[in-house]
Design a protein around this ligand. Structure first.
Ligand code: GLC
Length: 567
C-alpha cells in the first residue's frame, strides 16, 4: 500500500516549504544551559550552545516560554508577553540569539501561551480590582456562582492539574464574589477569546515577535481557547480534564478555535520567509488534528497519537496509517514526536508500558517502576528515534532525547515543583522527572557542566540532578561512535542527504507482524524489530542501525536504515 503525506508534495526538498521536512529541537530553557550561574538556564546559555545544535544537525529550535513569569508553571504562566524573564536575560539578548541562530542556519520558534495568562498579568490584576460585568473582567472568564449566595462554582469543570477549574474572588467590598475559570493552575486564569481586545492583543504579540525575526510559534493548548457557548457541565462519569480526554469536553477542540487560526495565518503570511505555527492540540483521532492543518490554518500539529503509542508494532502501524491518511486529504505533513517536557521520557515509557487510556505525563501512570530496565529502555528509545526520523514529514526532538536521558526518579518530594504535585494532593509527582537540567560534562562541577558557575553542585540546580547524571553527559558521548548522541547526529545527516526522507510517500513492506518495515524513495528502507531476531533482505547496504547487528540479522528492539538493491 502506498501512502502519500500530501496530495501533491513537490518532489524536491529544496522546493518544499521548510516546515514540511524540518527537524525541530525543543529547548526547555530553564534546564538547557545556565550562563549566569544561578542554577537556571537562560538565553545566553542557549546562545553558547549553538555550535552543539549546529553539529547535531537540526533545522530549527523551539524555545519554551521565556517571558516574565512568576514561574508557577515554569513560564506557562505569562505576566508580560512582550519581554524576557529577567532570570533568563534581556530582550536584546533574545534578539541576538535569534540573529545568531539564523547565521548558523537554525530557525527559531517561540512558545505562545494564548489560553491563559499569569494571575500577575496587569490585565488580570485590573480585572480583580474591577466590578463584575466590567470591560476589565470581560477579558477573562468571570461568572457568578450557583446555589445560595453563589457559593457553588458555575459548572462542574475540573482543572487539568487537579481540583476544580473555578476560583472565587473577594470583591472590592470585602465580600466573596464572582468565580473565574482556570483550566490549569489557580494562578493561570483563562482568557475570554470572545473578547475583541484579547484577539487584538495576541495579534500584536505575534507581530512583535515576527518583527524580531522569529520563524514561527508553538501554540500552547491550541485546542483550548474557545469554550462551548453557555459553559455547559461536562457530562461524563469522570469530569476530570485530561489533556487527551476520552470523551468530548466543552473546553477542548471547539469549532471556534479555527477562526482564530485563520486570522493568525494571515498575519504569518504577511511576513516574508514562510513563517509558521505548530499546534499543541491534544486531540484525537487524526481527522480532528487535520482540521488544524487546513491550508488556511496552521503548518504543523504535534502527533500525540504517535507519542502515546506503547512499544508494540500494531499500535504504531495503525497510528501511522491513520495520521497519514487523514493528513493526505488536506495535503498537510505529519509532525512526529516522541518526547516533550510534559511526558515521561521515551526510555522509560517504552520499557514500562502505559496504563491504558491515560495520558503519559507522570511515571505513576506507567508500569511498575521497579521493573524498569535502563538498557532495554534505551535500546527501544534509540530504535524509536530511527523509526520517527524515517517517517514522512517533520519531527520534533526534546532536549536530552539525543542523549537517551531517562526520567529522573530520585527528586526528593520537597524539591518537586510541578503544580500537579500540590494540586493532586500529592498523588501525582508531575513532570519534573523529564525536566532535570542537562548534563554537559561527566564531572559534577557546575552541575555536570549545566552551569558556567563551576562551584554549583548538582543538587543546587533548580531541579536536583542525580549523582550519576554525568554518565549521560554530552562529554561522555562526544567521542563514542556508538553513543546515542552520535546516532542522532548520523541519522540527521543521512536524513538531510536522502531526498526520499522527510515529506513524501512511503510504502509498507510485507514482513512478520512483529516488525515494522517501510520503503521510501531512493531504495531506502527502515526496519524496526519488536520481536525475535530476524533476517534482513539479501543484498542490502546498512546506512545506520540503532544497535549492533548480528551479521544480516536484526536483533530484537533494534531499527535499521538500509539501501535495498534496485532489482
Ligand atoms: C501545555 C504545556 C504545559 C503547561 C500547560 C499549561 O500543555 O506544554 O507544560 O503546563 O500547557 O500552560
Amino acid at each position: 500500500m502506498t501512502i502519500l503525506t500530501s496530495s501533491q508534495p513537490p518532489a524536491s526538498r529544496a522546493e518544499r516549504l521548510w516546515w514540511r521536512d524540518a527537524v525541530t529541537y525543543q529547548i526547555y530553557i530553564r534546564s538547557f544551559a545556565d550562563a549566569n550561574g544561578d542554577g537556571k538556564g537562560d538565553v545566553e546559555g542557549i546562545r553558547s550552545r549553538l555550535p552543539y545544535l549546529k553539529k547535531l544537525g537540526i533545522d530549527a529550535i523551539w524555545i519554551t516560554p521565556w517571558y516574565p513569569s512568576p514561574q508557577i508553571d515554569h513560564g506557562y504562566d505569562v505576566a508580560d508577553y512582550l519581554n524576557i524573564e529577567p532570570d533568563y536575560g534581556t530582550l536584546a539578548q533574545a534578539e541576538h540569539l535569534i540573529n545568531e541562530s539564523h547565521e548558523n542556519g537554525i530557525r527559531v520558534l517561540v512558545d505562545i501561551v494564548p489560553n491563559h495568562s499569569s494571575d500577575l498579568h496587569t490585565w488580570f490584576q485590573d480585572a480583580l480590582k474591577a466590578a463584575p460585568e466590567s470591560p476589565e473582567r470581560d477579558r477573562y472568564i468571570f461568572r457568578d456562582g450557583k446555589g445560595p449566595n453563589g457559593d457553588l462554582p458555575p459548572n462542574n469543570w475540573q482543572a487539568v492539574f487537579g481540583g476544580p477549574a473555578w476560583e472565587r474572588v473577594v470583591e472590592a467590598d470585602g465580600k466573596r464574589g464572582q468565580w473565574y475559570l482556570h483550566l490549569f493552575a489557580v494562578e493561570q486564569p483563562d482568557f475570554n477569546w470572545e473578547n475583541q481586545e484579547v484577539r487584538e492583543h495576541f495579534a500584536d504579540i505575534l507581530r512583535f515577535w515576527l518583527d524580531r525575526g522569529v520563524d514561527g510559534f508553538r501554540i500552547d493548548v491550541a485546542h483550548g481557547m474557545v469554550k462551548a457557548a453557555g459553559l455547559p457541565d461536562v457530562i461524563a462519569p469522570d469530569p476530570k480534564a485530561e489533556m487527551l480526554a476520552p470523551e468530548n469536553r466543552p473546553f477542548w477542540d471547539q469549532d471556534g478555535v479555527h477562526e482564530i487560526y485563520r486570522e493568525w495565518r494571515k498575519i504569518l503570511n504577511s511576513y516574508p520567509g514562510d513563517r509558521m505555527a505548530v499546534a499543541e492540540a491534544w486531540v484525537s483521532p487524526a481527522s480532528r488534528i487535520a482540521r488544524y492543518l487546513r491550508p488556511d490554518e496552521l503548518a504543523n500539529s504535534f502527533n500525540f497519537d504517535f507519542l502515546s503509542c506503547p512499544w508494540e508494532p500494531a499500535p504504531f502501524k495503525k497510528m501511522i496509517e491513520r495520521s497519514l491518511e487523514a493528513l493526505a486529504e488536506i495535503g498537510a505533513p505529519s509532525s512526529w514526536v516522541l518526547n516533550n517536557h510534559d511526558v515521561v521520557r521515551s526510555v522509560d515509557r517504552f520499557d514500562l508500558g502505559l496504563i491504558a487510556g491515560r495520558a503519559n505525563t507522570t511515571l505513576e501512570r506507567h508500569g511498575d517502576p521497579k521493573e524498569f530496565n535502563l538498557e532495554r529502555g534505551t535500546k527501544r528509545a534509540r530504535a524509536g528515534a530511527l523509526l520517527m526520523l524515517a517517517l514522512p514529514g517533520g519531527a520534533y526532538i526534546y532536549q536530552g532525547e539525543e542523549l537517551a536521558l531517562p526520567e529522573a526518579r530520585d527528586i526528593p518530594e520537597e524539591r518537586l515543583t510541578d503544580p500537579r504535585w500540590a494540586l493532586s494532593e500529592h498523588t501525582d509527582r508531575g513532570r519534573d522527572g523529564c525536566r532535570v537540567p542537562l548534563p554537559w560534562k561527566a564531572d559534577s562541577a557546575g552541575a555536570f557542566g549545566f552551569s558556567e558557575k563551576d562551584g554549583l553542585k548538582p543538587e543546587e540546580a533548580w531541579l536536583p540532578q542525580s549523582a550519576d547524571w554525568g554518565i549521560f553527559s554530552v562529554e561522555n558521548q562526544e567521542d563514542d561512535p556508538d553513543s546515542t548522541l552520535n546516532m542522532y547526529r548520523s541519522a540527521l545527516k543521512i536524513r538531510r542527504a536522502e531526498e526520499g526522507l522527510g515529506d513524501g510517500p512511503m510504502t509498507w513492506i510485507e514482513t512478520d507482524e512483529s516488525v515494522l518495515a517501510f520503503a521510501r524513495a531512493g531504495n531506502f528502507a527502515c526496519y524496526v524489530n519488536f520481536g525475535a531476531p530476524m533476517d534482513l533482505p539479501a543484498n542490502h547496504q546498512v546506512l545506520i542501525s540503532s544497535g549492533p547487528l548480528d551479521g544480516k540479522v536484526l536483533p530484537t528492539d533494534t531499527a535499521v536504515w538500509i539501501r535495498t538493491s534496485s532489482e
